[in-house]
Design a protein around this ligand. Structure first.
Ligand code: ZN
Ligand code: ZN
Length: 242
């Protein structure tokens, strides 16, 4: 398979509300994590950091412009690969150990990462069999209700276990924006990883349904409206007899 060069590995697009979407276009859509950069008055926030196969700091100048809090929606390989590049790293308590001691198995790199997840391979020396996430111990551990404070913008941490035990969503009340991670997005949801829990998943979805969300930026697939959000959650709950 052809290899991509580092300079074309990431794409960025402004999506409004001072939010920039960053993605890795040569990863197949289902495996491609959405990376979100949010500009604040006093500092910026990054929600997730991709696979880590090309330096985000070197290729996307936006992420080095100002002080930045790199939040992990959860610790699967596709979401935390570049966290080690950032000084300020935030994760929920229930996945702090995974961010500090990632393995191919506990980040799901094994079994998911093969050459087949790419349309072009990352630049050398990348190899799918040796790929692993680098350690990035948290500098801040959060719980439900904590706030990521950017000065003029405040994102409340909502603990959303189910897909994984320390999954979080980030909700900005003033704009109605929700960064949902992998608990809900507009595509096939994953409910059966080694640390997924269906009881937790149902409880998280039930709780999220009541949130007055206007716009959702998920962990995968395109963003969607609050109306679509509520209908996705209702349909999911019905399908799971909840
Ligand atoms: Zn995940
Ligand atoms: Zn994911």
């Amino acid at each position: 398979m052809e290899r991509a060069t580092a300079d074309i590995w990431y794409e960025t697009r402004k999506v409004g509300d001072d939010v920039t979407y960053i993605c890795e276009p040569f990863i197949q859509e289902f495996y491609r994590c959405n990376i979100w950069h949010v500009r604040g008055r006093d500092k910026d926030m990054l929600v997730d950091s991709g696979m880590g196969v090309v330096s985000l700091r070197e290729q996307v100048p936006l992420v080095t412009e100002r002080s930045l809090e790199a939040v992990a929606s959860h610790t699967h390989f596709d979401h935390i690969g570049c966290h080690h590049e950032f000084e300020h790293r935030t994760v929920h308590r229930c996945e702090a150990e995974l961010l500090a001691e990632p393995t191919r198995a506990n980040t799901l790199a094994d079994p998911y990462v093969t050459d087949e997840i790419f349309t072009r391979l990352p630049p050398p020396p990348y190899s799918s069999t040796e790929y692993a996430v680098k350690k990035a111990p948290a500098t801040r551990i959060v719980e439900d209700g904590d706030v990521v404070d950017l000065g003029d913008r405040h994102f409340t941490v909502i603990h959303t276990p189910g897909h994984s035990p320390g999954g979080i969503a980030l909700y900005e009340k003033a704009t109605g924006i929700l960064f949902s991670g992998d608990i809900v997005y507009d595509g096939p949801l994953i409910e059966d990883t080694y640390h997924s829990d269906m009881g937790d998943y149902i409880a998280s979805m039930t709780r999220l349904l009541d949130l007055p969300v206007r716009l959702v930026h998920g962990g995968h697939f395109p963003s969607f409206s609050g109306e679509r959000y509520r209908s996705l959650i209702r349909d999911w709950l019905t399908a799971h007899d909840a």
